[in-house]
Design a protein around this ligand. Structure first.
Ligand code: PRP
Length: 178
């Protein structure tokens, strides 16, 4: 009998503890800013953004952006396309891009450029996990949850073929196309 339940890589407790730590750092760093805009990258960031934003002790507003990478399956081609831009005005505001995962880094690099075109006061980045070995471009993550190996992870917003996004932990699966 096979068990398809993803194996726990980062537990719910570990995630919640780290999110609280990151929220503390962000709250301290932006304590003098009253115009922090958290920009969640759909779809994967929705749970991390929800938890992180609710643990901040400073004023913040929420925006969403959607991008799509060209390519298929679990292979990233490096080209990124804007699917949905933010709705609000970012001019002069402090932007914090919130990602679930940074893999090659192409998406985050593209997003930083996109955000800068909105003439914000600053642009910083937060990501729950990073696949350090997979990096193809140099991109700064100001608030990082965890470094992981080159594994296919699901849960806490991350999916494989749209499944397992709502797991409370980050688990490892083996993609069927690998
Ligand atoms: C994931 C993740 C990032 C991107 C990172 O999104 O949310 O946006 O891939 O990859 P990169 O560093 O190689 O550019 P995905 O395309 O899986 O979409 P989703 O968030 O809607 O699941």
């Amino acid at each position: 009998m096979s068990d398809d339940t993803p194996k726990v890589l980062i537990s719910e407790d570990q995630i919640q503890t780290r999110v609280l730590e990151l929220a503390g750092q962000i709250s301290a760093d932006y304590k003098d800013a009253d115009d922090l805009v958290m920009v969640g990258v759909l779809k994967g960031s929705f749970i991390f953004l929800a938890d992180l934003s609710r643990r901040l002790s400073i004023p913040r507003t929420i925006e969403f952006i959607a991008v799509s990478s060209y390519g298929n399956g679990s292979l990233a081609s490096g080209a990124v396309r804007l699917v949905m831009d933010v709705r609000g005005n970012l001019d002069g505001k402090h932007v914090l891009i919130v990602e679930d995962i940074v893999d090659t880094g192409h998406t985050l690099k593209y997003l930083i450029g996109m955000m800068k075109s909105h003439r914000p006061a600053s642009v910083k980045t937060a990501a729950l996990v990073r696949k350090a070995e997979s990096a193809q471009v140099d991109v700064t993550i100001d608030y990082l949850g965890f470094d992981i190996g080159d594994e296919w992870v699901v849960g806490y917003g991350l999916d494989y073929a749209e499944q397992n996004r709502t797991l409370p932990y980050i688990g490892v699966i083996k993609p069927t196309d690998s």
